[in-house]
Write a protein that binds this ligand. Structure first.
Ligand code: FMN
Length: 381
């Protein structure tokens, strides 16, 4: 029997002030999740200069272990894929050892984690990675990017050779093996938000004339090859995929999402993956229904909350419940988990949320705005 089924086995207890489906246990891949709230992957730039996660990162994730699942932040599978300063990596033994301390801390706190694998493609800079960025085509990102020595103009990326594409696929598979070795329950392949795989999906950034560009079938090819290689390396039930149809992050533009994403899901659906993760999912949009129909496995939806700007007072709970009603199996929240280590309790009880401190989200490092968001006093209420 497939393990990719979500089994509601909830029995309301006294501490539940609500019987919302958000707080019902679920199965995902080989995991049993305590609730349907997933901590979305969020880059926080707190790793060492060589990409090793440090003790504060173990503290940060362990504080948030009551999420049904944590998807740890974008982590580069090779050196050239590094995007920003102090991004974590997972391509050598020091990275595995660093991440192991994180997964052990989270497991000790009762949590479960996947690791997001992200290759930046054109989103990167030689001053950060030590390598010239590689992308589908030499289409630069407009504007500047943060490097260790400040903002720099984006460079024109070099188009990947087919050999470099093959090596990248192998790097994703090796990184996935290392992630499992480091104690992660699985990995999420980042095909969203304007990074390498998304750049291949869009004809705005992919001008190739070989088997990886042009037609929809060609543009989805790299993502499918990466996912297949990672499945072969660690098993389908340990693999999720994140997509962001039409999202304009990192100057991304797509004009044929109705063709690209059904084709991509069609190629991935039979593999028995742990999940599909959809960014900024809107249950009122036909595309959400199209994706739900095209995907027979578990679906994690990330609601479209106001961005930027203050989060809704309910932390996204209403939007999350609407997505479950519309057919999502789990819901991921980003900023609400970032600012509220005990978000699950707060959403369940209706307790007020900590405001987010925007100045400390990324690039600054340190404990402020990272590990110092307070939890509710457990002796109250
Ligand atoms: C500080 C920050 C860092 C982020 N880094 C990542 C990332 O590493 N990978 C990714 O797929 N999305 C990333 N995102 C997007 C979030 O996963 C999520 O999709 C977004 O915050 C919207 O969810 P929310 O409204 O619940 O915050 C990041 C968002 C924030 C605020």
């Amino acid at each position: 029997m497939s393990t990719n089924t979500l089994v509601p086995t909830h029995t309301p207890t006294e501490t539940d002030r609500t019987d919302s489906p958000l707080f019902r246990p679920a199965r995902l891949g080989g995991l049993r999740l305590a609730n349907r709230l997933v901590m979305a992957p969020m880059t926080r730039n707190r790793a060492s200069a060589t990409g090793v996660p440090e003790a504060i990162t173990a503290t940060y994730y362990a504080q948030r272990a009551s999420a049904g699942l944590i998807i740890a932040e974008a982590t580069t599978p090779n050196a050239v894929g590094a995007t920003y300063p102090n991004i974590p990596a997972i391509h050598d033994d020091s990275h595995v050892a660093g991440w192991r301390t994180v997964t052990e801390a989270v497991r000790a706190a009762g949590g479960q984690m996947f690791l997001q694998l992200q290759h930046g493609g054109r989103v990167g800079h030689p001053e950060t990675s030590g390598h010239h960025p590689l992308a589908p085509s030499p289409v630069p990102m407009p504007g500047t990017i943060v490097t260790p020595s400040g903002h720099r103009e984006n460079v024109v990326p070099r188009a990947m050779t087919e050999q470099e594409i093959g090596a990248t696929v192998a790097d994703f598979a090796a990184a996935a093996r290392r992630a499992v070795d480091a104690g992660f329950a699985g990995v999420e392949i980042h095909a969203a938000n304007g990074y390498l795989l998304h750049q291949f999906l869009s004809r705005h950034t992919n001008h190739r004339t070989d088997g990886y560009g042009g037609s929809v079938a060609n543009r989805v090819r790299l993502t499918v090859e990466v996912v297949r290689a990672v499945v072969e390396a660690i098993g389908a039930e340990r693999v999720g995929v994140r997509v962001a149809p039409g999202v304009t992050a990192n100057a991304m533009a797509e004009d044929d999402v109705e063709d690209v994403y059904p084709a991509l899901l069609g190629a991935l659906d039979g593999l028995g993956l742990a999940y599909l993760h959809v960014v900024f999912a809107d249950p009122d949009q036909p595309l959400f229904r199209t994706l739900r129909e095209a995907w027979s496995g578990p679906l994690i939806a990330n609601p479209a909350l106001p961005w930027p700007g203050p989060l809704p007072a309910d932390g996204g709970r209403d939007a999350a419940e609407r997505l479950l009603d519309a057919g999502a199996d789990l819901v991921s929240l980003g900023r609400s988990f970032l600012a509220n280590p005990d978000l699950v309790t707060r959403l369940r009880t209706g307790a007020p949320l900590n405001p987010i401190r925007d100045a400390h989200l990324m690039y600054v490092g340190g404990e402020t705005g990272y590990t110092d968001y307070p939890a509710l006093d457990p002796t109250l209420g």
